[in-house]
Design a protein around this ligand. Structure first.
Ligand code: C2E
Ligand code: CA
Ligand code: CA
Length: 688
């Protein structure tokens, strides 16, 4: 999974839920605040209109009293007249500049200790003189407090506020019942500021006022509910969509279970979270072998069903902090927890678990044979390096670790009962080396870094140098001398071996041609041709062209074919050998006896030389059975009119024995090791 996709996924995850939820919460808060503010403003408005009304009354009283005063009445007379003519039923309370009471009606009076600041004069245009003072009989608010009043029943409040008889009104419609009546004295000035008159007024809150406020609140709430519901549905939907999308992103299209992206993300999270745990983890690559073959035989659908069944099966087998998912094709990744105290115990427990898992999986299809192999990369709790201990699990790259498990899996071989293989550093070294070889081989060929070495072949009869085998050596400017065993198998795997074979054929042909021109002693040289080459058609013509480019005699060139090539396409092989012989080249069977010897191929293919593998001469031969086999092999070759070369000869006794059996040539360290050309030229001059 590339990092761009990962970043996008994370962005998507972040983007989807939080803004919606945040918007929703913000909106709700805003709505609640708005309703509260509106309700307060509305209540204030109702109170304001009531005050304005009372203020009007006060102004009326003021006008009447000013009228009496201008007629020459004293303030006491003016108040008396006002009461007598029943101008108003309001009580008045008048004080002079020195704050002495000059006239009053009623039995309560302003409580100057409680000046009420309504802060409404500006809003309602009541002028600067607007000031209210609490009534001294008016104790309910102080006694009970506003909140208690709201908690009281309406009747209780009425009982407490409307104490006097004159305060009781005729019972009207239920809605206009007064539930709170607060008495205040509103101030106004009289006689050009000579007196301060306080007019008693009652601010009443009726049921309908509360009713209107409630209605207003409900309507506002209802109106706001619509966007709230819409937003809520939207938020829920986006959360659900987001969850579904995450599930889709984590869904494996074949198994219907989790996919690799899920595995990778979660495995890295688990390992980081449990980095200090004493338990080890195992990253397992479990592969169903020959899946393509299964699909070809039973159909792709059946193949996918099998993978689905495997997925379902493994789901039930993994525990807490463990994971599994299909990686690709028919390979599954597993992250397993391994109990134990040391590396060996971790491995053993893991092996047991995988073994039983594989055994159960194999039983998934009782009438079909299915095989599995597993590669395991252990992730131990701590790794020591340079004497230091450090956590191995923080910031791990699962794909990288899985590649190692996979590499281990590739070395597992279910046919040889080695279904489980553990990854180790040596394996990593091999992988690194293979990469280096693949990266550098082409350039090395172009730069002529491959050198031809010669290993002479001697006649056991007269001890003369009668032939040689060309063997390649890679002299790398960075790696130095590289033996063929380290790169030939890689070349064979990659197919590059054919280019190397061509290179060797050309170089040997060139040498032969030069030696001929220089008038040197001519001896036949054998060149290895890999089995991969023999699969190609027209190989004989191709070799002929390579040799003829330099023009040496064809009988000086011998081509060694390994015994294993005889198991490939036999017809092509026979055809190629025949053609090579027709061109005048010699052909030998290399490594005879190293693998499964094919005596049958000796019958079919007209070979010139049989090379007995060095293995015949290794180890002890106390009972002489080895000698009998060699003796009979030589006899067989001679009867088929072939010459015999014995390879890997290191001891004098072996030479003597082979001489006695009529072996034609001996190649081995006893006579000479492979050597550079210059050295070989000297050797030919001396020994040939
Ligand atoms: P081979 O063709 O069987 O080559 C003989 C190998 O046996 C050589 O190893 C040689 O050094 C070694 N040998 C010879 N005498 C003795 C002995 O007395 N004792 C022991 N222990 N070993 C002996 P080398 O050169 O390392 O080559 C290894 C293999 O690499 C060759 O096996 C051949 O299969 C392959 N190879 C080498 N050069 C080429 C080449 O140019 N082309 C191809 N296709 N393969 C090559
Ligand atoms: Ca050889
Ligand atoms: Ca050989």
């Amino acid at each position: 999974m590339n990092s761009v996709r990962e970043k996008r996924f994370k962005k998507l995850k972040r983007k989807q839920i939080w803004p919606s939820i945040l918007a929703f919460v913000l909106f709700i808060t805003l709505c609640v605040a708005m309703i509260a503010v509106f309700l307060q403003l509305f209540a204030l408005y109702i109170m304001g209109t009531k005050l304005v009304q009372q203020h009007g009354e006060t102004q009326h009283v003021k006008a009447v009293l000013e009228g009496f005063l201008s007629n020459g009445d004293t303030i006491t007379e003016a108040v008396d007249h006002m009461r007598k003519y029943k101008v108003t039923d309001r009580d008045v309370y008048v004080i002079d500049r020195s704050r002495h009471v000059v006239a009053r009606t009623g039995d309560s009076e302003p409580d100057f200790g409680m000046i009420l600041d309504f802060k409404l004069d500006q809003e309602f245009g009541l002028g600067e003189s607007f000031m209210a003072v609490a009534d001294n009989s008016n104790q309910i608010l102080e006694k009970e407090g506003t909140y208690t009043i709201f908690a009281m029943s309406v009747d209780e409040v009425i009982q407490k506020t409307l104490t006097r008889d004159e305060d009781r009104r005729e019972p009207g419609p239920w809605l206009s019942d007064t539930i709170i009546a607060q008495k205040y004295w509103l101030r106004t000035s009289l006689g050009g500021g000579q007196y301060e008159a306080y007019v008693k007024c009652v601010i009443e809150v009726q049921r309908q006022d509360i009713f209107y406020i409630c209605i207003f609140g409900i309507i506002a709430l209802l109106l706001l509910m619509i966007p709230i519901i819409v937003l809520f549905i939207n938020t829920v939907r986006s959360v659900v969509t987001q969850r579904r999308m995450t599930q889709l992103i984590y869904l494996d299209p074949v198994t219907g279970g989790r996919n690799w992206f899920f595995f990778r993300n979660n495995a890295e999270r688990i390992l980081t979270r449990l980095r200090n745990s004493r338990k080890a983890f195992a990253l397992v690559n479990l592969q169903l072998e020959r899946y393509q073959n299964y699909c070809a035989c039973y159909g792709v659908k059946a193949g996918e069903e099998l993978l689905e069944a495997m997925d379902g099966f493994m789901k039930a087998r993994v525990g807490k902090n463990e994971l599994f998912a299909r990686h690709e094709g028919a390979d599954f990744g597993l992250l397993l927890v391994c109990e134990g105290e040391n590396e060996q115990e971790y491995q053993e427990n893991c092996r047991k678990r995988i073994r039983s898992l594989v055994a159960e999986l194999t039983g998934l299809k009782p009438d079909q044979k299915i095989h599995f192999h597993a590669g395991i990369n252990m992730i131990p709790p701590y790794i020591a390096e340079d004497g230091k201990w450090y956590h191995a699990r923080k910031g791990v790259d699962i794909n990288q670790l899985y590649t190692y498990a996979n590499a281990a899996g590739m070395t597992a071989d279910c046919l040889q009962d080695q279904t489980i293989s553990f990854f180790d550093q040596e394996m990593l070294g091999r992988q690194v080396w293979e990469r280096w070889v693949e990266d550098n081989m082409e350039e090395a060929l172009n730069n002529e870094e491959f050198q031809v070495y010669m290993q002479p072949k001697y006649s056991p009869l007269n001890g003369k140098l009668v032939g040689a085998e060309a063997l390649v050596r890679w002299i790398s400017p960075t790696e130095g001398f590289i033996a063929p065993d380290r790169f030939i198998p890689i070349f064979e795997d990659t197919g590059f071996i054919t280019q190397l074979d061509d290179y060797m054929i050309s170089h040997v042909s060139k040498l032969q041609a030069e030696w001929m021109i220089q008038g040197k002693k001519m001896i036949p040289i054998s060149i290895n041709v890999s089995r991969a080459h023999f699969a190609q058609e027209g190989l004989a013509e191709h070799i002929c062209e390579l040799v003829d480019a330099y023009g040496p005699r064809h009988d000086l060139i011998e081509l060694e074919v390994t015994e294993s090539a005889f198991f490939d396409d036999k017809d092509i092989l026979i055809e190629t050998v025949k053609q090579l012989k027709a061109y005048g080249f010699h052909v030998s069977m290399d490594d005879f006896g190293a693998g499964y010897s094919s005596l049958n191929s000796l019958k079919d293919i007209p070979l010139d030389v049989l090379k007995l593998d060095g293995e015949f001469f290794r180890g002890e031969d106390d009972d002489g059975r080895g000698e009998i086999v060699v003796k009979e092999a030589i006899q067989l070759a001679r009867n088929l009119d072939m010459r015999v070369v014995a390879e890997g000869i290191e001891k004098k006794e072996q030479v003597d024995f082979l001489a006695g059996q009529g072996c034609d040539m001996i190649q081995g360290f006893y006579f000479a090791k492979p050597m550079p050309i210059a050295e070989f030229e000297e050797k030919v001059e001396k020994d040939a």
